[in-house]
Write a protein that binds this ligand. Structure first.
Ligand SMILES: *Cc1c(COP(=O)(O)O)cnc(C)c1O
Length: 349
């Protein structure tokens, strides 16, 4: 049968998210979700949303949420953008800043959505190889050759670069946008949000999906110079003026209002991570230093693929890529201590 796809759609290779298998006994350590629920205050705020709020369109510019975010970070509301997950913000940002016939530079091992957006928009990519120990050599980005995007900490390696390297890169790279994807900044890396006050070409994106336990809600945020934010708004309002629904706006504000809960769950995840490093090392894994809520671990005996499949059979889901430089490694999201124990028992078995 003929399909009616355009040529553009026919040649896309869409992103493939980690499987969302669930059910009794499944231990899900494959998509970097938070093992703990959102703050009770967030659940209250969601329950308090009334019919009138749902009958009407939400505030298209999310002013109350952006004001709360601006206060939280010591910025002006004109420096804050919110979207339907940070993936959406990345999609808008690529269109706003990178469809300029220059190359877009990103690490060779990185978030696999970046090449997908490049494909979608016809952006030419240039990858910068990570070092042998999976460190991002920021000095290898060519200044002013085109835009730059990378996650910090990087995914799936979990390794972070420090604030001074990013500031140094910004000093050299003034002609195009540097987009720092801080999806995991809640778990130990230093955020560069405050640098947006000094550098008009820095956009920092973050998400409520990981540190704030709201992956099911779809809420992402970005910080940058008012001109960069206006660029995102122009694209958003040419595509979907109401990307953040009323419930998500209320939940986002309530989450910022319960810092104690947020700190406590993050601390617990960091304790679990410390223990998991030891437990994996004791089982012969090499574990990269992690600043995220997951570990990137090299399996003993070149058996990552086989271990991945055996774990899957046992109902323990982790992430594995059958690709050069990745196919000896597993990416393991931090679960509850019980879930991590299930992983270790499955590995022993
Ligand atoms: C999870 C993740 C995102 C997307 O987060 P959402 O806000 O849930 O869309 C973006 N970048 C990286 C590197 C991620 O791991």
């Amino acid at each position: 049968m003929t399909n009616y796809w355009t040529e553009t759609v026919s040649r896309l290779t869409p992103y493939v998210p980690g499987v969302q298998r669930s059910g009794a006994g499944i231990v899900k350590l494959n998509t970097n979700e938070n093992p703990y629920p959102p703050s009770p205050k967030v659940m209250e705020a969601i329950a308090a949303v009334n019919g009138d709020q749902l009958r009407r369109y939400p505030d298209p510019e999310s002013v109350a949420l952006r004001t709360a975010l601006a206060e939280y970070h010591g910025l002006d509301i004109s420096q804050v953008f919110v979207g339907n997950g940070s993936d959406e913000i990345l999609a808008l940002a690529f269109l706003a800043y990178f469809t300029n016939h220059k190359v877009l530079q990103f690490p060779d091992i990185s978030y696999s959505f970046y090449p997908v957006y490049c494909d979608l928009y016809g952006i030419q990519a240039r990858t910068v190889p990570l070092s042998d120990d999976y460190v991002l050599p920021v000095e290898r980005f060519e200044p002013n050759a085109g835009g730059i995007v990378f996650p910090n900490p990087n995914a799936p390696t979990a390794r972070a670069v420090d604030e001074s390297s990013i500031a140094g890169l910004l000093v050299r790279h003034t002609e195009q946008v540097l987009l720092v994807d801080e999806a995991y900044a809640d778990f130990g890396a230093t955020s560069v949000v405050s640098l947006v006050k000094r550098f008009p070409n820095l956009l920092v994106s973050q998400t409520y999906s990981k540190g704030r336990s709201l992956a099911g809600m779809r809420l992402g945020v970005a910080f940058g110079h008012p001109t960069l934010i206006e660029g995102l708004q122009r694209v958003k309002n040419s595509f979907n003026s109401y990307p953040v629904d009323a419930v998500a706006q209320a939940a986002g504000i309530a989450s910022l209002g319960d810092e104690a809960y947020y700190r406590q769950t993050i601390e617990q995840i960091l304790r679990t991570r410390r223990q998991a490093v030891t437990d994996l090392q004791n089982r012969g894994f090499e574990v990269l230093p992690s600043a995220a809520n997951f570990l990137f671990a090299r399996a003993p005996g070149d058996e990552a693929g086989r271990i991945f499949r055996k774990l899957d059979d046992a109902g323990v889901l982790v992430r594995y890529w059958d690709k050069p430089r990745l196919n000896q490694w597993l990416r393991i999201s931090m679960g509850t201590d019980d879930e991590m124990q299930r992983l270790m028992s499955a590995l022993d078995a």
